[in-house]
Design a protein around this ligand. Structure first.
Ligand code: ATP
Length: 435
């Protein structure tokens, strides 16, 4: 550990008192167990970049699960154990998550008279990680609190803003790292180092992905498409030759063609527009990008995609449902003249925000884009003035008819055929006469 540097000062400057205290507690419990404990990975990387990262990944040289149980008692939280991997997750009452992993001691038997050598297990743990910038650790035991563990010159790569693998077989061991390389490159505005890029191109050429049946491909793709600005990352996917693997039906347009680029720009624009208006709303940008990229593919191709990448059944149903409804709505609205409000409502009412923004992104006609915008900002919030209680008072018996009546009223309201409560009452008694 020649490069050992102490980060306590940086930590107290960048982290809240609560996080420091938490890290100190981890160190104290580790001492009780006679283990070494470290915080590792993205947390260390982001600390050195002075960015906040609330994912705590802890590695202990010892039994991680037993350690997690004791730590959870001390901190007050639930433990989820993953026996097979020797890992555990502690969920604190505050909602903060701490992942605990075990670095196993590995003994190397030397022949003949030489003694068994114990290789530092944290070093092996870090060596198995994806990139040098993610392969640093900070020790937490009280006597060494804040000591930076950097075996692989990671600090230098961080300074050079370089994404580098730790060894030549990295992408052979785990091809999903290719997606991670792109994600980090674009998020942090780093560069995939030349040798690492060569290894990626080789892995792609050798078709290392096989069938893509590792569910982590889809997980990593989702993370990539969910990044703040996904467009450059998608273009990099194309640049590195990953499109034929992900979307074989787009094969003729290997190098992202003009149309796809236009579609990505429109998608980003639709998302930015929505974010500006509804900052707090939850939605999944990756769905919009995925639908937009496959915008010109038939439904069956999306189904094949879901099967190949082992997309969970619920997500599969959601993606297929949104695409089907959205494509249908786009077609309907594009063929007629300017649509009535009620027609917009009928076309869009079953869609989620993701499907709506997808329609907005791929629409060629401004009329369709406008329809989405008007639906999101106004029409979807409209409601009839009368409610179920009013209908009961008017003498209607509760049942499926209520839904029909209220929908009829909503449509009349959207097309401005009714204004007041009295207008609505008149319309109900005219359309649904009581016997
Ligand atoms: P983010 O900021 O996106 O959360 P992160 O670096 O924290 O980035 P995670 O996906 O949470 O990324 O992974 C945590 C750590 O686990 C990483 O820093 C990395 O060291 C390691 N890791 C994750 N995935 C892999 C992988 N496929 N191969 C090797 N190491 C990995």
């Amino acid at each position: 550990l020649e490069r050992s540097r102490n980060l306590t000062h940086l930590m107290t400057g960048c982290l809240s008192g609560a996080v420091i205290e938490l890290l100190q507690t981890v160190g104290a419990v580790a001492d009780d167990f006679l283990y070494n404990a470290f915080v590792v990975g993205g947390f260390v990387r982001d600390l050195l970049l002075r960015k906040t990262n609330m994912d705590l990944d802890i590695v202990v040289e010892g039994d991680g699960i037993a350690f997690a149980r004791t730590l959870a008692k001390k901190l007050g939280g639930r433990v989820r154990e993953h026996e097979r991997f020797g890992t555990a997750t502690i969920i604190l009452h505050s909602g903060l998550k701490i992942d605990i992993a075990t670095a196993r001691l590995e003994y190397y038997e030397y022949p003949a008279a030489l003694p068994t050598v114990e290789l530092s297990s944290i070093k092996l743990d870090l060596y198995r990680r994806d990139f040098t910038i993610n392969a640093m650790a900070i020790q937490l035991n009280p006597a060494h609190f804040g000591r930076l563990v950097d075996f692989f010159n990671s600090q230098n790569d961080l300074k050079q803003m370089a994404i580098k693998v730790l060894h030549n077989l990295s992408f052979v061991d785990d091809p999903t790292r290719i997606f991670r390389a792109i994600r980090f490159e674009k998020r942090m505005d780093f560069t995939i180092a030349r040798h690492t890029e060569r290894l990626i191109r080789n892995a792609v050429k050798m078709n290392l992905f096989g069938k893509g049946d590792d569910p982590r491909f889809f997980t990593e793709l989702k993370l990539l498409l969910n990044e703040e600005n996904a467009t450059p990352a998608i273009e990099r996917l194309a640049d590195l030759g990953l499109f034929p693997f992900l979307w074989p039906d787009l094969r003729p347009h290997l190098n992202i063609d003009r149309r796809l680029r236009h579609c990505l720009v429109q998608t980003q624009r639709a998302i930015s527009w929505f974010k500006l208006l509804y900052a707090g709303d939850q939605y999944d940008p990756w769905i919009i990008f995925l639908l937009a990229i496959m915008g010109r593919s038939p439904l069956s191709v999306l189904a094949t995609f879901c099967d190949r990448f082992h997309v969970p059944p619920k997500t599969r149903a959601l993606l297929l449902g949104e695409k089907q409804l959205a494509d249908q709505a786009s077609r309907q609205l594009a063929t007629a003249g300017p649509p009535k409000n009620s027609e917009i409502h009928l076309a869009f009412k079953e869609l989620r925000i993701e499907g709506l923004l997808y329609v907005m992104a791929v629409a060629r006609k401004t009329e369709v884009k406008k329809a989405v915008s008007s639906y999101i900002t106004k029409l979807r919030h409209e409601k009839p003035l009368l409610g179920g209680d009013d209908l009961k008072q008017l003498g209607y018996r509760p049942g499926p008819i209520f839904k029909t009546i209220l929908e009829t009223l909503l449509i009349a309201r959207l097309d401005q055929e009714v204004k007041t409560r009295d207008n609505e009452i008149a319309l109900v008694s005219q359309r649904f006469p009581l016997r």
